[in-house]
Design a protein around this ligand. Structure first.
Ligand SMILES: *Cc1c(COP(=O)(O)O)cnc(C)c1O
Length: 351
């Protein structure tokens, strides 16, 4: 059975070999204050620069999940309040967690089909951070780098934090456009869940030091103190970090992955557009995700296509939240091979 779910998602086919190597290399018992671990951390950071084009002066940190990053940002970076622009369930959850820590946080909800209207955007002095879910996994929408650039140009004094949980390592991100980027490894990195990634610009680090928040296990200043020597603030998920290193070593540079995923998505779009039973959840091309396809249909057809796909050894991703019964999702993630995607497209084209 191959899963097209958008997370946890299909892991890379080489995973069994990486796991075997991890055991044999003795990394699983490595102390996180040892040079073995410190070298591993440094190597992953360098690979993030080489393969994903993370800038030289940005810092890579390890957390437990994207969800943890939501809390860390409000707790340790934001001084006044954050302003959230969101269209779906993950963006809303981030806003909810932020509001719990900083009650004066506010937000603007847009439709999945809508592109952020930057010229009309008003964000006052009382907000020092803009929060954007770049790839909204729940409704298969995305915010383009062009829109991010327009936001950065309009609000140069504010920090920008970007949730790229289901797009980092899938599409090419322009890290210079924002200060805080984060992801989890169970989406485009094609790895088992249990490791979060947090990337900070020099300005985000400066703000963190300025805020001076300390005392919690995941206070960012505490994390940064440890990260300066390639260590972590608690015993980390060494296996997850090792697997991340192996994946980053083996993948192509991100612009090539990006091009391949875009081409596959075009094929999938054409297929869905030609079916009678289904339509794309996001019909505005500007707002449609590159890494997650949302497909809408009647409750009956959705139930039936999922069942038929299972018979063919393919598991479609369920709809999320309010869209559960009337949609399904397809992860267009790098661990899914072109051949597997072709088989799925062939199957869907019968509808
Ligand atoms: C999956 C996902 C999350 C949550 O990730 P966890 O690793 O479960 O914390 C957050 N945001 C987006 C956009 C996601 O797709």
């Amino acid at each position: 059975m191959i899963t097209f779910a958008a997370g946890p998602s299909k892991v890379f086919d080489a995973l069994p070999f990486y796991l075997q190597d991890a055991y044999q290399e003795g990394i699983l018992s490595a102390n996180h204050r040892s040079s073995v671990f410190m070298n591993l951390y440094q190597e992953v950071e360098e690979l993030m620069r080489k393969k994903l084009h993370m800038p030289e002066d940005y810092k890579l940190l390890f957390t437990s999940s994207a969800t943890e990053n939501w809390e860390i940002i409000s707790q340790s970076i934001v001084e006044k309040a954050s302003f959230h622009i969101y269209s779906g369930s993950f963006g809303k959850k981030w806003f909810d967690f932020a509001s719990h820590i900083l009650p004066s946080s506010s937000g603007l909800k847009i439709q999945a089909n809508e592109v952020i209207n930057v010229p009309a955007l008003q964000i006052g002095e009382e907000f020092d951070l803009i929060a954007i879910t770049q790839n909204e996994t729940s409704n298969a929408s995305q915010v383009t780098m062009r829109t991010l650039e327009a936001i950065k140009d309009k609000f140069p004094e504010k920090l920008i934090a970007v949730d790229t949980t289901s797009s980092m390592a899938g599409i090419e991100l322009d890290f210079e456009l924002a200060d805080i980027w984060y992801a989890s490894v169970q989406k485009c990195f094609g790895l088992p869940a249990g490791l979060g990634i947090l990337i900070l610009s020099p300005r985000a680090i400066e703000k963190t030091v300025q805020k001076g928040e300390r005392g919690r296990y995941n206070s960012l200043n505490f994390m940064l103190d440890n990260a300066a020597g390639y260590q972590t603030h608690y015993t980390p998920n060494v296996l997850g970090i090792y697997l991340l290193k192996r994946v980053l070593k083996d993948i192509e540079e991100v612009q090539h992955i990006d091009a391949n995923l875009r081409e596959r998505m075009r094929k999938l779009e054409t297929c869905i557009a030609h079916t009678k039973a289904f339509r794309m959840l996001v019909d505005n091309e500007e707002a449609r995700s590159t890494t997650v396809m949302g497909v809408a249909g009647s409750e009956e057809m959705i139930a039936s296509v999922k069942k038929a796909a299972e018979k063919e050894g393919m598991q479609l991703g369920g709809g999320y939240g309010p869209l559960k019964a009337t949609s399904f999702r397809i992860a267009n993630f790098p661990a899914i091979t072109n051949q597997e995607m072709d088989v799925l497209i062939e199957f869907l084209s019968q509808y």
